[in-house]
Design a protein around this ligand. Structure first.
Ligand SMILES: [Zn+2]
Ligand SMILES: [Zn+2]
Length: 236
């Protein structure tokens, strides 16, 4: 009996592990710096959200810690993308963009804290005490949300990248849109793939990898902009 029970537990643990494996398809945009920031911090983000989801930390602490972590990663990603060491080195347009991203990040962190506080990622039961959402389903839902944060971090890198450091050389740099490994690309990403424009033209176009205004909404976009030594090509 004890052996059977042990086997059942082992099987269910294995199912959870397999489930996690399937969930955590590594998101990467193929830029070593951007991908390293994500890789180095994804587990902290997962652990923090799991601690809040299971009630190991109180909601106010979670909201503070999540906001602090996400704002720190946002800044790190954005500066790495822009290729500057410090916020004071950013061009004025980049500062405006960074501030917008900060507002968005803070709003999202507060929203997630409120949803976790409301039990939306926990086991749920109906009036007859029947389980309507299992704990595993709650955890998977949290993982899906974490995936969105990860893409948003890549988006912060791309946002910084498209701004550059504001120097004349940087503004004149030619950049090419490169499709990521996502199986299905939206019409915008497909059309932009291969196009070459200088940085100022990319900024003016309003298009950036992981951008909200892409048909895909950017949420599944692992495209990137590469610096190239090539002539202008394409018309957005
Ligand atoms: Zn797209
Ligand atoms: Zn894309």
């Amino acid at each position: 009996m004890a052996n059977l029970e042990a086997a059942r537990v082992a099987l269910s643990e294995m199912a959870v592990l397999l489930g996690h494996h399937a969930m955590t398809k590594q998101f990467a945009i193929g830029d070593p710096v951007a991908d390293a920031i994500i890789e180095d911090n994804e587990q902290d983000l997962i652990d923090l959200i799991e601690a809040a989801r299971t009630g190991d930390i109180d909601n106010a602490t979670f909201e503070d810690e999540l906001t602090a972590l996400m704002l720190a990663l946002l800044l790190q990603s954005f500066l790495a993308g822009a290729g500057v060491a410090d916020e004071s080195d950013l061009a004025p347009g980049a500062v405006v963009m960074l501030d917008d991203l900060r507002t968005e990040t803070t709003t999202s962190a507060m929203a997630l804290a409120a949803e976790i506080d409301a039990g939306l990622f926990a086991e749920a039961r109906d009036a007859d005490d029947r389980i309507t959402r299992t704990d595993e389903a709650g955890r998977d839902k949290a993982r899906a949300r974490i995936q969105l944060w990860i893409v948003a971090l890549a988006g912060a890198f791309s946002a910084g990248r498209i701004q550059g450091d504001g120097s004349a050389d940087s503004d004149a740099q030619m950049m090419q849109w490169v499709l990521g490994n996502t199986i299905e690309h939206c019409v915008d990403c497909l059309r932009l793939h291969g196009q070459v424009h200088d940085r100022q033209a990319w900024i003016a176009s309003g298009f950036q990898p992981q951008g909200r205004n892409l048909v895909c909404g950017g949420w599944n976009c692992d495209c990137r902009l590469d610096d190239v030594d090539a002539a202008q090509s394409g018309s957005f």
